[in-house]
Design a protein around this ligand. Structure first.
Ligand code: BMA
Length: 760
């Protein structure tokens, strides 16, 4: 399809600004580029940037165009958001949904030659304020702009408990004109049938008007197979797609060509992976399982929740997402959950997940709020969901679609939801959306909300059925040993905060800001006064850190330990629990948050720890002792606790494994006090454990347990546990020495060095 792009340089004007900017692009991206505003991520600049958006902004440009057809369509792939569009001063349309692709007939408004297009972006803030004055709808997150749910603009742009309020405006995707007389491909639906090792494809192509359609399937080895629209074709020697850790991720290309009067007028290319992928929900002794079943194999989901990568959307790119997906591979992920308060990710996001074997748990873009449910709103979201499902449903990576993030849970547990808000919820998520899914992609597993158990507000947080979000550790302020009291079927959120890396802090602060309770640091903490919460959890675990660098570092260790504590426990209950996606993978700006990679892309301690606790063959230890039994030392005399350890090996590969578990009880300087070893056979997709070891006579203040799993003479996994809190362990100076030899770094320690961070 020949596209006449209207991207490029546009004038951008408001009462206070008169400048130029690139399209796709936004108000913020233009003002930043032209030096008209300061970096909104720096110090306390967010408030100034927010004030900029009180005004309406007009984007405009001229272009030369020669009309060659009766019909000309203006295509807008992403308008953010409340926008009146004019062509040669005539009104074309009003848009109010950044998630949709719009097509408008404009032939009657076009001149031959010089034309002028203008888009007036109305202030979001002013709009939601006015709407909320009419009626304030219930919402349930911290630090958001009241009324955000009135507009189909990514919710996080109005702030979240990890994100700034930066409601930018502009074109976030391409806009162009196309010849409306010519037929174009409006949809390509690809269906797979798998039976007895055979795979059949049916491709249905739809065009805007009758035309000839040719479909070619290209195999991963480059062989071409011609298929007919609507007819089932067998794919010989099918190469199956597997997620990371289970096999290859071969992709087949489906190229659809639309031919009219002997000429190619449109072409569409989609890549697919041959596989079956559903959420298996069989009833079992604990309730009902919830797990990815890929090509008939039930796998444990390792991963985290993904939020938008930036507040300024023109800074997003395939390269940047590629880096983030590489980071996921580094940490042994096989899945990520796209959280529902952002926007539907770009095509390249799904391409990268396909190419790298990352299963996507995809929320539709609704989170933590009662929604208006007028006919107009429902029509709007119906179009939005159809657009996006048609765009992404063929991707091999899509594992499950969830209607929203946490709305069912919030409506159920927060007593203040109005009856009609709940009714609206049921209408949208249990009537309208399931019907859209049924029409567009019934082959993809769907859940109305994440978390959800039975739907219909029936015990949405029942941990025996459906996926769960667990926040008693952190929001509920319980110790992280609490994770061990739960046996979720699939945990799609659990999280613990830390500060971003010191280098990142240095980039958004001045030296005088570098204190957890300074104004700037508190402005970069959106979960209320949670810097204090980090410190308070820290007090339970580590000694008082005297320097700010140590506070930052210790906060990350704490986070890594917390999530590891949970993740290893969930893995030790493999079968009952089949997924641990921690909250959250990334940040959209530099902030104290639950992420394992900070806003400037730097790994926190958690990301390194995730690499270990998500390794396919993993040894872990369920230790019991002072740490797990009592919270405060003053409780000492009330508790008669036992010091024991049970070692587990998880095998989340498709092959059985035999090896030796070796363990050593050591004192603080590394001298072995007691040791043992045992052969262990671990079936594929399973785990085995040793009998509980008794360390009741051990001095928990100076002894620790180290363990490893050795296969064919190679250590494939190792770890260690303390039986008391690190603050009460008698660490000695390990005299760490670091040597750089060629491309390698050699680290030597004379005694236990439990946490070592290397940076340049
Ligand atoms: C969850 C998420 C987010 C939120 C996070 C941290 O429940 O769904 O809405 O950012 O908690 O509070």
């Amino acid at each position: 399809m020949e596209k006449f792009y209207l991207n490029g340089k546009w004038k951008i004007q408001s009462n206070s600004y008169d400048t130029e900017g690139d399209v796709p692009g936004s108000v913020y991206s233009a003002l930043l580029k032209n030096g008209l505003m300061e970096d909104p991520f720096y110090r306390d600049n967010e408030a100034k940037a927010l004030a900029v958006m009180d005004e309406d902004f007009t984007f405009s440009r001229s272009f030369n165009y020669q009309k060659k057809s009766e019909s000309v369509l203006l295509v807008l792939e992403g308008v953010d958001t409340l926008c009146d569009i004019y062509l040669n001063d005539k009104h074309v349309a009003y848009t109010d949904n950044m998630h949709r692709t719009y097509f408008f007939e404009v032939a009657h408004l076009l001149n031959d030659g010089e034309n002028h297009i203008k888009a007036i972006f109305h202030s979001y803030d002013a709009y939601i304020k006015a709407k909320s004055k009419e009626r304030r709808l219930t919402d349930g997150s911290y630090a958001t702009m009241v009324g955000f749910q009135y507009v189909r603009k990514a919710f996080y742009m109005g702030g979240w408990d990890w994100g700034p309020m930066l409601p930018d405006a502009g074109f976030w995707k391409d806009l162009y004109l196309i010849n409306g007389d010519l037929p174009r491909i409006t949809d390509v639906r690809i269906l797979q049938k798998h039976c007895d090792g055979k795979v059949f494809l049916t491709v249905n192509a739809t065009t805007s008007r009758p035309a000839e359609v040719k479909i070619m399937v290209e195999t991963p080895s480059g062989e071409e197979i011609e298929v007919k629209s609507g007819e089932q074709t067998q794919i010989k020697n099918p190469k199956l797609w597997w997620p990371n850790g289970y096999g290859e991720h071969p992709l087949y290309k489906v190229v659809t060509t639309c031919v009219f009067n002997g000429k190619t007028v449109d072409q569409n290319e989609k890549k697919i992976g041959l596989r079956t992928l559903v959420i298996s929900r069989e009833k079992d002794e604990w309730g009902e399982e919830f797990c990815y079943k890929i090509n008939g194999v039930k796998i444990f989901a390792f991963g985290a929740d993904y939020i938008p990568e930036d507040n300024i959307l023109s800074r997003l790119s395939r390269e940047r997402t590629q880096k983030l997906i590489n980071d996921c591979l580094f940490a042994n992920f096989n899945s990520i959950r796209v959280w529902g308060g952002g926007f539907y990710p770009h095509d390249y996001f799904f391409d990268l997940c396909d190419e790298n074997g990352i299963i996507v748990f995809l929320d539709l873009m609704f989170a933590c709020a009662a929604l208006p449910w007028t006919t107009e709103f429902i029509d709007n979201i119906t179009a939005e969901i159809e657009d996006n499902l048609r765009r992404v449903r063929h991707h091999a990576c899509i594992g499950v679609i969830s209607g929203n993030n946490e709305i069912e849970e919030q409506a159920s547990v927060q007593g203040w939801w109005k009856e009609d808000e709940k009714q609206g919820y049921l209408k949208i998520f249990e009537d309208i959306i399931p019907k859209i899914i049924e029409r567009e992609c019934p082959e993809i597993s769907f859940v109305p909300s994440s978390p959800s158990s039975h739907g219909g507000f029936v015990e949405p947080t029942n941990e025996n059925v459906g996926d769960s979000h667990y926040w008693q550790v952190w929001h509920g302020f319980l110790p992280f040993s609490e994770y061990r009291k739960h046996y979720f079927r699939f945990l799609s959120e659990f999280g613990f905060q830390s500060f971003p890396n010191m280098k990142t802090i240095e980039e958004f602060t001045l030296p005088e800001d570098r204190n957890p309770f300074s104004r700037v640091m508190e402005l970069h903490q959106k979960n209320g006064s949670a810097n204090g919460r980090i410190l308070s959890y820290l007090a339970q675990t580590y000694l008082y850190p005297s320097k700010v660098e140590d506070v930052v570092y210790a906060s990350q260790l704490l986070q890594a330990e917390a999530i590891k504590y949970g993740a290893e426990h969930f893995r030790r209950n493999r079968g009952r629990c089949m997924g641990a996606l921690y909250w959250q993978l990334n940040d959209c700006w530099p902030v104290a948050s639950w992420s394992s990679i900070d806003g400037y892309g730097r790994y926190k301690a958690l990301h390194y720890e995730a690499k270990r606790f998500f390794e396919p063959i993993h040894i872990s230890c369920e230790e019991k002792g002072e740490y797990t039994t009592r919270q405060a030392i003053v409780d000492e005399r009330y508790y008669d606790y036992k010091t024991t350890a049970k070692i587990f090996v998880n095998n989340d590969t498709l092959n059985d494994v035999s090896g030796t578990v070796k363990w050593q009880l050591c004192n603080v300087s590394g001298t072995v006090i007691q040791k043992g070893s045992q052969e262990l056979f671990v079936k594929a997709l399973s785990y085995s454990s040793l009998d509980e070891l008794d360390f009741n006579k051990t001095d928990v203040k100076s002894n620790y347990l180290a363990f490893s799993f050795v296969v064919d003479g190679k250590t494939v996994s190792s770890g260690l546990v303390l039986f008391t809190k690190p603050k009460h362990f008698d660490f000695v100076d390990p005299k760490v020495e670091v040597e750089v030899i060629g491309g390698h770094i050699k680290v030597k320690a004379n005694a236990l060095a439990k946490y070592v961070f290397i940076s340049n």
